[in-house]
Design a protein around this ligand. Structure first.
Ligand code: NAG
Ligand code: NAG
Length: 141
């Protein structure tokens, strides 16, 4: 029964939007990818974390950080030269384990989900802890 629900959840996610996974170590810099057909994109994109906190907005082709959550302040950049090509990827620097989770790029519908997993460098125990808590969170989404 549980398996059926899980499979349905996974299928649902696949149909609604694509998900990418990024793995990183503490203090790394990661790219969270989001590409939209530039002819289809309305132009504005918002990035939210799984708690709906604002990571970054891309308004009229530029990064707008006025609504950004303090947790992400000074750690996010956009690629201004790429935006016209439909590349709304962002860079998150100095990541920590608390950054682990799902990031979604909305335009305005959810276009891309990115699952970020941040782990300690030399500790497989910590790695398993982070992944386990992430997976258990996901079952209740
Ligand atoms: C988007 O831009 C970044 C930075 O230049 C690059 O690393 C990435 O590959 C680009 N993505 C696509 C799909 O072109
Ligand atoms: C990561 O978070 C932990 C716990 O909040 C903190 O002690 C540590 O200093 C942080 N590491 C970095 C590199 O910011």
């Amino acid at each position: 029964m549980f398996l059926v629900i899980l499979v349905q959840l996974l299928m649902h996610n696949v149909l609604v939007q694509s998900t990418e996974t990024r793995e990183a170590f503490i203090s790394d810099t990661v790219i969270l990818p989001c590409s939209i057909d530039p002819t289809a994109a309305g132009g504005d994109v918002i990035w939210r974390d799984e708690e709906e906190k604002t990571v970054a907005d891309i308004i009229m082709g530029k990064g707008d950080f006025s609504d950004q959550h303090p947790e992400y302040r000074g750690r996010v950049q956009t690629f201004p030269n790429e935006i016209a090509k439909g590349n709304f990827s962002i860079v998150l620097s100095n990541v920590n384990t608390t950054d682990s989770g799902i990031y979604t790029c909305y335009a305005p519908k959810p276009v891309q989900r990115v699952e970020l997993r941040v782990t300690y460098k030399r500790s497989s125990f910590q790695q398993h802890t982070v992944m386990y808590s992430f997976d258990s969170k996901r079952q209740w989404c």
